[in-house]
Design a protein around this ligand. Structure first.
Ligand code: FAD
Length: 315
């Protein structure tokens, strides 16, 4: 197997991708091309986002159902708690479990812009959602004989915009671990030392769950700026400058991919147990990042071979 240089004798690196539910039939078609390309890399799971208000519930569940039924991919369903009541959320969790989902990323979601407050009657924090997932799982334990639900949470290499400090963020991560989180995926970050710093802070505070770096190949200045506005994470000035100075799409792709490879390599050197790639439903830059990283991955699994064989039969 190809290996990351510093990991040749260590455990394989988990690989995952983030997708979002398509907003139109044309977007669905592009997404399915991406899904097939990503499937051929045999990721450990693909995550499917969920709108903070719950407005895309149907398209999210529909995509998850198709991933379960039509691909070899294991979905990790994002779920947010600010836009739904606990009763509604319990119903959605049940629906996901019935669809065969065994991994949920428990999130609060961004607060509604107008009020800045969770919808009345909804859960306040991601921690409350983890506890609800565990209660629903408990009630269905007879059904879930194939194993427990893996619950993931968000972690922040740079301070969450509403948080008083990075130390507070780590306390929140520890609280999420105590409530039953199994692993965390980080928010995007732009500096190579930020993942290692988060890991050090988290381990010192007693966080023991795996923390997987989330990296996003940014190949467009407009998208980079929009991401900064949405997440509150300050984009790296040098990345802004380099993208602004680039003349062609090929140059922008090269810049975005190499910046992402640098972040991923630094995180792997710091001991990251996996890599989560935010894809924007596009495969080209994600695949280029993978190509340049040479991750330690398990030998081709039968699931991957089956997927490739199925595609060849279909062509
Ligand atoms: P929480 O952990 O609840 O934290 C929210 C705020 O409350 C923080 O400032 C925290 O410090 C504070 N806090 C938490 N618990 C406590 C406590 N017990 N006491 C005091 N303060 C507390 N958003 C979406 O809408 N849909 C998605 O699909 C989505 N996917 C994401 C995936 C990843 C990997 C990441 C990193 C983020 C994602 N987000 C998504 C964005 C996320 O919803 C926002 O960052 C949101 O503002 C916070 O969510 P959280 O789960 O971290 O919330």
């Amino acid at each position: 197997i190809d290996t990351h240089p510093n990991l040749s004798d260590t455990a394989p690196v988990a690989l995952s991708y983030e997708l979002f539910p398509p907003r139109s039939p044309a977007a669905a078609e592009t997404l399915w091309t991406t899904i097939r390309e990503l499937e051929a890399t045999d990721p450990d799971y693909v995550s499917v986002t969920y709108g903070a208000s719950g407005s895309n519930r149907n398209t999210a569940v529909e995509l998850i159902n198709r991933l379960v039924l039509e691909t070899t991919l294991r979905p990790l369903a994002h779920l947010t708690c600010v836009g739904n009541t606990p009763t509604e959320l319990a119903e959605i969790i049940g629906e996901l479990l019935d669809a065969g989902v065994r991994g949920i990323l428990a999130l609060r979601g961004d607060l509604p812009k107008d009020s800045g407050e969770p919808v009345s009657g909804s859960l306040r924090y991601a921690q409350d959602l983890i506890e609800l997932i565990r209660r629903v799982e408990q009630r269905r334990s007879a059904l879930l004989c194939a194993g427990k639900v893996a619950v993931g949470v968000a972690a922040y290499p740079t301070r969450h915009p509403e948080s008083p400090s990075e130390a507070h963020d780590v306390e929140v991560l520890l609280a999420k671990q105590r409530s039953g989180a199994d692993f965390a995926i980080t928010q995007v970050f732009f500096h190579t030392d930020q993942y290692a710093d988060l890991l050090t802070r988290a381990r010192r505070a007693g966080v023991t769950i795996p923390i997987i770096p989330g990296v996003m190949p940014l190949t467009s200045l407009r998208r980079l700026k929009r991401l900064g506005e949405l997440t509150g994470v300050e984009p790296a000035p040098e990345l802004i400058e380099r993208l602004a100075a680039a003349d062609t799409d090929a140059e922008r792709l090269h810049i975005g991919v190499s910046a992402t490879v640098d972040l991923a390599n630094a995180a792997l050197d710091a001991g990251a147990p996996g890599l989560h790639i935010y894809t924007f439903n596009e495969h080209q830059s994600a695949l280029e990042v993978l190509d340049k990283l040479s991750l330690a991955r398990p030998a081709r699994s039968s699931s991957r071979l089956n997927a490739l064989a199925r595609r060849q039969l279909a062509s």
